[in-house]
Design a protein around this ligand. Structure first.
Ligand SMILES: Cc1ncc(COP(=O)(O)O)c(C=O)c1O
Length: 451
C-alpha cells in the first residue's frame, strides 16, 4: 500500500493551518453537501474522503506554480501537486539507489496499486484497466487494435480531435473498414443535447462497428451528453447479434478529473484519458478503461510486461491462454517508473478533496470565467453556458484578432491561455481547482486591457 498523503506532503509549500484543524470544518461543509454519497461515483469518493483539504487556498498551495502568472492551462499538462511530487521523489531515490532491487521487490505491487487506484476512481475492477503514457497512446492502442474487417465502418465526428481522427484512419487502413465523419452542431454555444443524440443515432448504419467520440471537445469546450448517447446505442444494440454491436470509444481526457460520472454511468466500451491534465497526475501517465465486451473486441499491440501468462506462453512456445485483460493490453517495456508509480497519489488527492467538490468548484470557476468574458465588448464565448453541456474548458474569440495574437497578448500580461489546435482555432482559458475567483477577474481585466 502506498502511504496516504502525509501532513508533511500537504504543507510542504504551505504556511496555512495544518490539515487536522481543517477536518472539523470540512466535515461540517460536507454535511451541507449530502449529495456526495447519492451517486455511485460520489459514493466511492465519500467512502475515501478523509475530511482534509476543504480550503481551496490549501489546495492551491500544493502546486509549485510560479506565483506571478495566472495559469489557466490545466487542459494541457499538469504541474505536479506536492503529494505527487513527493511520491515521484521517493520512487526516484529508490530507483537511483538500486533500480533492479526496487523493481524486483516492489514493481509488481506498485504497478497494481496504480491500476487499482484508477479502477476505484472509475468504479470498476482493476482487471479492466490499461496503464498508458497518454490519451494519445490509449486511442492509438485501442482503435488500431480493434478487430475490424472490410465492410464494417467506424464513425466519428467533425468535432473530434486530431488523435481520434488519425487513430481511426490507421485502423481503417489496416483493416479495410471505412471511416465516416459527421457534424454534430453548427454552433456549440447553442447546441441542443437531444438533437446531438438524435443526430448520432440516425447516422448509425448496419455496418457501423465503432462510434468514436470525445467527452469534452477541446475546440469549443462542449461536453457531450455521453450517458444519453450510450442509452441510444443500447437500444440499437438490443437488435444486434453478439459480436456485431456498435462499440463506443471515448476520448475522456477533458472530463476525467473534473466530472463525477464513473465508467458505467458513462456507458462506454472504451474510455481513454491522460492522467497528466485535469487529474494532476504524473506527466507521462494515462489509462484506458475497457468494459467486458470491449475486451473481447480488441487485441494487444505492444507486448505486456504485466501479464505473466504471456511470458509463460512464450517460454512454452504456445499462444497465451485466458481472456484479454487490462494487464495484457498494457504496453510493456521499462517505464519512467517513478511517474508510473506515483499515480495513486493523484487519485487520492481527488478523493481527499472530494470528487463532487472538485466538479462543483471547476464548474463554478468556468461559469464565472464565461460571465466575465461575456461582459467584454468584442468577445464571443464559444462554450455552452449550461453546466450540463460544458466542463472546465472555456473557449472564446475576440472580434478582429487572431486567436494566436490574443494568446500572445495575454502571455505578455502573465496569463497563460492556449489556442485550440483545430482549423477553427478558438482561445481557451481553463480554470481549475488550483485557480481563484480573483484570478478569473484579473484574467478578464487583462484581456480587456489587451484589446
Ligand atoms: C481531446 C484531446 N485528446 C487528447 C489530447 C492529447 O492528450 P495526451 O497528452 O494525454 O495524449 C488532447 C490535447 O492535449 C486533447 O485536447
Amino acid at each position: 500500500m502506498m502511504d496516504r498523503i502525509s501532513h508533511t506532503d500537504r504543507t510542504a509549500t504551505s504556511t496555512r493551518a495544518p490539515a487536522t484543524t481543517l477536518s472539523r470544518r470540512s466535515l461540517l461543509r460536507l454535511s451541507a453537501g449530502a449529495t456526495v454519497a447519492t451517486t455511485a461515483a460520489g459514493f466511492a469518493a465519500a467512502e475515501e474522503w478523509n475530511g482534509s483539504l476543504a480550503d481551496w487556498g490549501e489546495v492551491r498551495d500544493l502546486f509549485a506554480l510560479s506565483p506571478d502568472t495566472i495559469h489557466m492551462s490545466a487542459m494541457l499538462l499538469s504541474s505536479h501537486p506536492a503529494p505527487v511530487r513527493n511520491a515521484i521523489a521517493r520512487h526516484r531515490e529508490a530507483l537511483d539507489a538500486d533500480p533492479v532491487a526496487y523493481l524486483e521487490s516492489r514493481g509488481e505491487e506498485l504497478t497494481q496499486a496504480s491500476r487499482e487506484a484508477a479502477a476505484r476512481y472509475l468504479g470498476m475492477h482493476s482487471v479492466h484497466i490499461v496503464l498508458t503514457d497518454s490519451t494519445t497512446m490509449g486511442l492509438g492502442l485501442i482503435y488500431t487494435g480493434l478487430r475490424l474487417r472490410s465492410g464494417q465502418e467506424v464513425l466519428t465526428t467533425e468535432e473530434d480531435y486530431y488523435v481520434t481522427h488519425v487513430s481511426l484512419r490507421h485502423a481503417a487502413e489496416r483493416s479495410g473498414a471505412s471511416l465516416r465523419r459527421i457534424a454534430l452542431y453548427d454552433e456549440a454555444a447553442s447546441a441542443d443535447p437531444d438533437e446531438i443524440v438524435e443526430r448520432i443515432a440516425a447516422e448509425i448504419r448496419p455496418e457501423t462497428r465503432l462510434l468514436a467520440l470525445t467527452w469534452v471537445h477541446s475546440s469549443t469546450g462542449l461536453k457531450m451528453p455521453v450517458p444519453a448517447i450510450s442509452a441510444a446505442l443500447r437500444e440499437i444494440n438490443a437488435e444486434r447479434d453478439e459480436g456485431n454491436e456498435v462499440l463506443f470509444g471515448l476520448d475522456a481526457v477533458h472530463g476525467f478529473g473534473v466530472e463525477t460520472a464513473n465508467f458505467f454511468e458513462l456507458g462506454v466500451d472504451y474510455l481513454m484519458a491522460g492522467c497528466h491534465k485535469w487529474l494532476f497526475g504524473p506527466r507521462g501517465t494515462g489509462i484506458v478503461a475497457i468494459g467486458e465486451r470491449g475486451l473481447s473486441a480488441v487485441r494487444p499491440t505492444i507486448p505486456s510486461f504485466d501479464d505473466s501468462e504471456v511470458f509463460s506462453a512464450w517460454y512454452a512456445g504456445r499462444v497465451p491462454r485466458g481472456r484479454n485483460s487490462g494487464a495484457r493490453m498494457t504496453p510493456g517495456g521499462f517505464k519512467a517508473f517513478e511517474h508510473y508509480w506515483a499515480l495513486p497519489e493523484a487519485f487520492r488527492l481527488h478523493a481527499d478533496i472530494g470528487r463532487e467538490r472538485v466538479a462543483a468548484r471547476t464548474h463554478a470557476l468556468a461559469s464565472a470565467m464565461k460571465a466575465a468574458l461575456e461582459g467584454i465588448d468584442g468577445v464571443v464565448v464559444r462554450t455552452p453556458r449550461s453546466e450540463a453541456l460544458s466542463s472546465g474548458i472555456v473557449a472564446f474569440d475576440v472580434d478582429g484578432l487572431a486567436s494566436s495574437a490574443v494568446v500572445s497578448r495575454l502571455r505578455v500580461r502573465g496569463v497563460i491561455a492556449t489556442v485550440a489546435p483545430y482549423p477553427s482555432a478558438h482561445v481557451r482559458l481553463t480554470p481549475c481547482i488550483r485557480n481563484s475567483e480573483d484570478e478569473i477577474d484579473r484574467a478578464a481585466r487583462h484581456l480587456r486591457d489587451s484589446m
